[in-house]
Write a protein that binds this ligand. Structure first.
Ligand SMILES: *[C@@H]1O[C@H](CO)[C@@H](O)[C@H](O)[C@H]1NC(C)=O
Length: 178
């Protein structure tokens, strides 16, 4: 009941679809044993197909970008009179540079624009780190809600992913997990 091969699907933040790779048999099979035990028919899998979430099952990068921009627009963020908007190529770089939503915004305002925005139709830009944090917290909270709406409306699985899952689920030698 030892998995000899793990096929892992991964995606880079830039959106590369997937790649498979092999790893040697693990020295501890504890996690793999419990994976087998949890199967309904009691049979063990020779293979495991593991999916990552973001970017693998669904291409989410663009939806994150749209949600940020929608939040920026709602808050009426302006820097020197200009809107704050993340383009596709810029967001791609951001994705690969900074982890986490709030960190992306801090990076943008501190490293890229080197200024925090005014907001809500002219409210002065944050004047100290506490105010900066507060604005970023509010933006992130709103972005999260907008993102959930976008996922509900627009998210579709990547081509072939559901077919691959169905094939793997139908094969008793393959365990499937997220
Ligand atoms: C942003 O700028 C700061 C200060 O110059 C620097 O220390 C930091 O490494 C920069 N962040 C990234 C992700 O480049």
């Amino acid at each position: 009941m030892k998995a000899e091969l793990l096929l892992a699907l991964t995606a880079t933040a830039a959106g590369t679809i997937c790649h498979g790779f092999t790893i040697p048999p693990p020295t501890s099979t504890r996690g793999l044993t419990s994976l087998s035990e949890s199967s309904s028919d009691g049979s063990g899998g020779e293979f495991a197909l593991l999916f990552d979430c973001d970017g693998v099952i669904i291409e989410t990068e663009e939806l994150h970008r749209l949600a940020y921009n929608a939040a920026f627009k709602e808050f009426d963020l302006k820097i020197e009179g200009g809107d704050v908007e993340w383009s596709v190529p810029y967001y791609d770089v951001l994705q690969n540079t900074v982890g986490g939503g709030k960190n992306k915004m801090f990076y943008h305002f501190r490293n890229t624009t080197k200024a925090f925005p005014t907001f809500d139709g002219g409210t002065a830009a944050p004047a100290n780190p506490e105010e900066e944090q507060e604005l970023v917290d509010r933006l992130q909270a709103r972005k999260t809600d907008l993102y959930k709406e976008l996922i509900a409306e627009k998210a579709t699985p990547r081509p072939g992913v559901l077919e691959l899952m169905d094939q793997a689920l139908a094969d008793p030698t393959v365990r499937v997990g997220v």
